[in-house]
Write a new protein. Sequence first.
Length: 198
Amino acid sequence: MNHTNSLVIASGNAGKIKELQALLPNYELIPQTQFNVSEIEETGTTFVENAILKARHAARISKLPAIADDSGLVVAALNDAPGIYSARYAGLGATDAENIAKLLHVLEGVPIAERHAYFFCVLVLMRHADDPCPLIAQGRWDGCILEQPSGENGFGYDPIFGVSTHHCSAAELPFEIKNSLSHRGKALMSLSTLLSRI
C-alpha cells in the first residue's frame, strides 16, 4: 500500500471519519483500528491537549502521520459543560441518546433564549509521534439547544442543536450543508490551508 497521502485517523467514530474523509478528498484516511491502535485515555483539560494526545498515540503506533479530532458541545447556561466531556456526559460508554437525555434534563425549565451553545472542534495533525510543531486548526459553530430531538442525520448532539440560519436541527441538515457550516468543516478548511503550505 502506498502511504504517501495517507493519514491515520485517531478515532473509531464512524460519523467523524465520514465527515473528515468528505472534507479531505486528496488523502487516504485510515482508521486507527487498522493498526490495532487502542483508544487512549483523554487526560487533557482542553480540546487541544486531548487532540494532541490522540494524534501522538496513533502516530507512534502506526508509524504514519496522524490526525486527531477533539470536539464537543459547550453550553453557556451550564458553565460551558459538557465541553471536553461531551462524549461521556452521561457516563463512560454512554450512547448519544443517553447524553442527549441528560443534557435535556439538566436544561429543563431554561427558556430557549438562554440556551445558547456552540460546537467546538480542534484538529491536530502530527507528521510523526515526536513532531515538535503539529498543525493545529479549530472551528466553532454557534447555535442553541432545542427542547426536544429532531432529525435523523448526523450523530452526537446533532438532533438537539438548533441551527438558526436554517431554522432546524443539525440532524435535519443534508450532509453537504452540515459540512459547510459545522465546527468540524471550518476546522478542516483551516487544516487544508495549512497542509497546502507544506
